[in-house]
Write a protein that binds this ligand. Structure first.
Ligand code: AMP
Length: 380
């Protein structure tokens, strides 16, 4: 399995990743990080939820550290363009988190708030500026930002930029950055206009891609059981009694995971939990027992499950539905690996119905309603 060490990331980054609880790179990270470290332009097809932010942020931070120099006044060494303020804030937070041991200066710039503070934040120059295109153009016109010494340009969610009418601003912004920059271009889809935009901005790019989330979902046999919150435990127990496979159970919170483990143990089902509050040796023990088949039930939270790589998971049970729909696809993608069959069953209480609707929108299909073991299905 690829590790962050084997990708060539430096110690301060590895430490920050350990703090974040990331144990292994996601596929887009494993693919993109070596190219970015080597200074190549990259064209990536990846959706939010695949770990694409770290796929560019980690190697960029390393490149900044390898070649330390002060940023130009009013300038940035790295510019990340993002279509929305929410995404921009998340990206800035990620750079701060991953760069916590490196002393990086990160600034954030989006519309709808006064410009003065953003201007002040830029005055001395920053390492990384994350901006939405409209507001950045405003600052360029005001001459409160300069891009003539920027070394790396990242364009995130390019297809969304197109939807929002940002293509012309993006071309202007890219035109203000020296041509010998490194450019990283990410989009969830690659329609013709986006392909053309990429072709005009990238030089001999490396191509990386991860499967769109919808295709993962298609390979897994899915079902949802509508159940009251208080009955979830009993239904989980029945589901586990009805299959002898290797089952990964997801809960939304760490405490939820611990409660499920306690209940199962009391009911005579050996189970273990992995989540952020467990020490590294505890996690490793739980994983080893799961891999060897000693415990066939592992309870995990989304973040803890990201890094784990276990083959032969036959069942995924969503004890809680995730509030981030992409997490659903990640969860169910833990089964049905390498063409094997897999089953994913979700327990949905009344409050989670809106989560289910968001999931169905993302995967562009209905999750069939099934009966709890021993009951007849009722329509939703
Ligand atoms: P993104 O696709 O960049 O929006 O990332 C989705 C989520 O995955 C974020 O909450 C990240 O913190 C998390 N994440 C990214 N990379 C990893 C990793 N290697 N291991 C665990 N979690 C990760």
């Amino acid at each position: 399995m690829t590790s962050f060490e084997s990708l060539g990331l430096a110690t301060p980054l590895l430490k920050a990743l350990a703090t974040e609880g990331y144990t292994a790179p996601t596929p887009i990270q494993a693919q993109a990080i070596p190219y970015v470290l080597a200074g190549r332009d990259v064209q990536g097809i990846a959706q939010t939820g695949t770990g694409k932010t770290a796929a560019f942020a980690l190697p960029i931070l390393q490149r900044l550290a390898e070649n330390r120099r002060p940023p130009a006044r009013g300038g940035c060494r790295v510019l990340v363009l993002s279509p929305t303020r929410e995404l921009a804030s998340q990206i800035a937070d990620s750079f701060r988190a991953y760069g916590r041991n490196m002393g990086v200066r990160v600034a954030l710039m989006f519309g709808g708030v006064p410009k003065a503070r953003q201007t002040r934040a830029m005055a001395g120059g920053v390492d990384v500026l994350v901006a939405t295109p409209g507001r950045l153009i405003d600052h360029m016109q005001d001459r409160t930002v300069r891009l003539d010494q920027t070394e790396i340009l990242v364009l995130d969610e390019a297809d969304h930029m197109l939807d929002l009418g940002f293509i012309i601003p993006i071309r202007r912004i890219a035109g203000a950055i020296p041509a010998q920059r490194q450019t990283l271009f990410f989009s969830a889809t690659m329609p013709k206009e986006i392909g053309q935009l990429a072709a005009g901005m990238l030089r001999d790019p490396a191509h990386v891609a991860v499967a769109p989330v919808a295709t993962t979902a298609e390979r897994v046999e899915q079902g949802v059981i509508f159940v009251e919150t208080a009955r979830k435990r009993a239904v989980l127990f029945d589901l586990l009694s009805g299959n002898q496979g290797r089952t990964l159970v997801f809960t939304r919170t760490k405490h939820g995971a611990d409660r499920v483990v306690r209940y199962l143990e009391e009911s005579g089902v050996p189970a273990a939990a992995i989540h952020g509050n467990k020490s590294q040796p505890q996690r490793e023990r739980a994983l080893a027992a799961f891999r060897s088949g000693e415990t066939r039930v592992l309870i995990a939270t989304d973040i803890a499950a990201r890094g784990i790589d276990v083959d032969g998971v036959t069942h995924v049970i969503n004890y809680d539905l995730p509030n981030v729909p992409e997490s659903y696809v990640h969860r169910i993608g833990r089964t049905a690996r390498a063409g094997a069959a897999g089953v994913a069953i979700s327990l949905c209480d009344n409050e989670e119905r809106s989560f289910l609707r968001s999931i169905e929108k993302l995967i562009r299909g209905r999750v069939p309603v099934i009966a709890a073991p021993g009951q007849v299905a009722r329509a939703a």
